[in-house]
Design a protein around this ligand. Structure first.
Ligand code: NAG
Ligand code: NAG
Ligand code: NAG
Length: 458
């Protein structure tokens, strides 16, 4: 079956090539000996460590960061991500919350360590399901921001190649071919709504993943990446991004088996995780379909929510045009706290308040911002068990530690945010302790608790 799927993909790709050829009679830069595939997909499976920002191994590790700083950052990034992911689907494109907060769009919580070039240079990329390409700051820079690790320089690598103009260039999102006396260049552009960006040559390189004690060293040759010599980042300054979006140019799109799975958990020494690619990914278990969309993002379809077994009713008919009570619910590695679209959040909050009778609900406000968690209690209430029901009857019951977060003033808050963006987003805080798998060959996500979820609240 895998073989026939590969053949099918091959046929589709060939079809796409001939389509793009016949559609571009003016394209005179196509070499006469066309490579058989736009993207020769690599039949390689591997596992990588997901390094959390609270680990000293992370380039974003800040030994002085307090728990409250991480929470505040998580709130801002999560809301910004929801706006980013909802931008295209939303009727209310921009909102006040976004305009007012000093946000960034690349959620830096998890990075992957890898090496690039020959000889290899060690670097990091933010593992991002919202990005369509692998990119990194690349010397010689026209404009690079400071980074905490040495830069990669394309001229010092014997395996660096830039991608010329032509169908391979055009098939990547947001690329542009330009011709000058220096020759032709295919430039990419990765743009984020906090005005961070990276651009310059779309290129190929050898990427090496170190031996992690599971599958030895992995060498990926001829990987498409963005060599960023003009980069802007006001705030977080990641050395680069590893795009995991549904695109042929993302890391996952460049593999023969477009499957990946991750498992992230918190124990007393911090948050840890693994990500598996290709045939090593776990994509079995309870499944729900991915709703196809044009942005390469991952959208699930939410059928309902219940609190302690009782349905939560939310009125979504005003601006949702799909089948009744189906809500687009993105799943994202760059969002920390789950964000619910306003009508759903409000309905869920009232239902929980109805359930918790022995305590007065409170709100948590940050001093200089009006964004906050809106439902907090002094003691963690026992009763409300929140369950999300996705299409195909996949259920996600939030365990206690994924439901609540302890904020600096000692309150326990529902670790879910409200936004008015026409979409909801399942964040990583709620994906902890879950085995989450993506199979892009059949547009499906699987999800289940790998171990019994701990009850302690951080
Ligand atoms: C990819 O490699 C695996 C073994 O690592 C093999 O079982 C599979 O058939 C290969 N698939 C293709 C499409 O070559
Ligand atoms: C937490 O998990 C990590 C990763 O598996 C492990 O190295 C560490 O020892 C664990 N810490 C504790 C306190 O169990
Ligand atoms: C992923 O991309 C492929 C190719 O563009 C498309 O056929 C598929 O529907 C996309 N999947 C989702 C979930 O958007």
């Amino acid at each position: 079956m895998a073989f026939s799927q590969t053949m099918l993909r091959l046929a589709v790709l060939l079809l796409m090539i001939s389509f793009s050829l016949s559609n571009r009679p003016d394209q005179n830069s196509i070499p006469t000996s066309m490579p058989p595939l736009l993207y020769p997909r690599k039949n390689i499976s591997f596992t990588a460590h997901l390094i959390h920002r609270t680990s000293p191994e992370s380039p974003f590790y800040d030994p002085k960061a307090k728990h409250g700083d991480l929470i505040r950052d998580g709130i801002h990034t999560s809301l910004a991500r929801a706006h980013f992911l909802g931008r295209s689907t939303s009727v209310q494109a921009e909102s006040l919350i976004y305009a007012r907060s000093p946000v960034r769009i690349i959620g830096i919580d998890f990075v992957m360590s890898y090496s690039i070039g020959t000889p290899p240079v060690k670097t990091f990329g933010v593992a991002d399901t919202g990005s369509h390409i692998i990119w990194l700051q690349c010397q010689p820079c026209r404009h690079c921001y400071k980074q905490s690790i040495p830069f990669y320089s394309r001229y010092k690598s014997s395996t660096y190649k830039s991608i010329p103009c032509g169908p391979r260039c055009e098939s990547v999102d947001a690329t542009k071919c330009s011709k000058s006396i220096w020759g032709e260049t295919c430039s990419y552009h990765a743009d984020y709504i906090d005005k961070s960006s990276s651009k310059d040559d779309l290129s190929t390189e050898t990427i090496t993943l170190a031996d992690n004690g599971i599958n030895g060293e992995t060498i990926l040759e001829d990987m498409i990446f963005g060599c960023g010599t003009e980069n802007v980042d006001k705030d977080t300054k990641p050395p680069g991004v590893i795009g995991l979006g549904n695109r042929t140019s993302s890391l996952i799109g460049q593999l023969a088996y477009p499957q990946f799975s991750y498992y992230v958990f918190t124990n007393s020494s911090g948050t840890h995780g693994w990500i598996h690619f290709g045939l090593l990914a776990t994509t079995s278990g309870p499944t729900t379909p991915l709703v196809p969309n044009d942005f390469g993002h991952y959208h699930l379809s939410l059928k309902g929510i219940s609190v302690s077994g009782q349905d939560v009713y939310y009125d979504y008919m005003d601006y949702y045009q799909g089948p009744e009570y189906e809500v687009e619910f993105a799943i994202d590695t760059g969002t920390l706290y789950t964000v619910l679209d306003m009508p759903i959040y409000n309905a869920l909050r009232s239902k929980i308040i109805d359930e918790v009778l022995d305590e007065e609900p409170q709100a948590y406000k940050e001093t200089d911002h009006d964004i906050s968690f809106e439902l907090c209690y002094k003691y963690v209430p026992d009763s409300p068990e929140i369950e999300f029901q996705f299409a195909n009857k996949m259920q996600l019951m939030l365990c206690k530690s994924n439901t609540w977060v302890k904020v600096p003033n000692g309150l326990h808050c529902l670790a879910i945010l409200k936004a008015s963006v026409g979409i909801s987003v399942l964040g990583m805080y709620q994906q902890r302790h879950l085995q989450v798998g993506y199979d892009l060959s059949i547009n499906q996500v699987t999800m289940y608790y790998k171990v019994p979820c701990p009850d302690n609240i951080e």
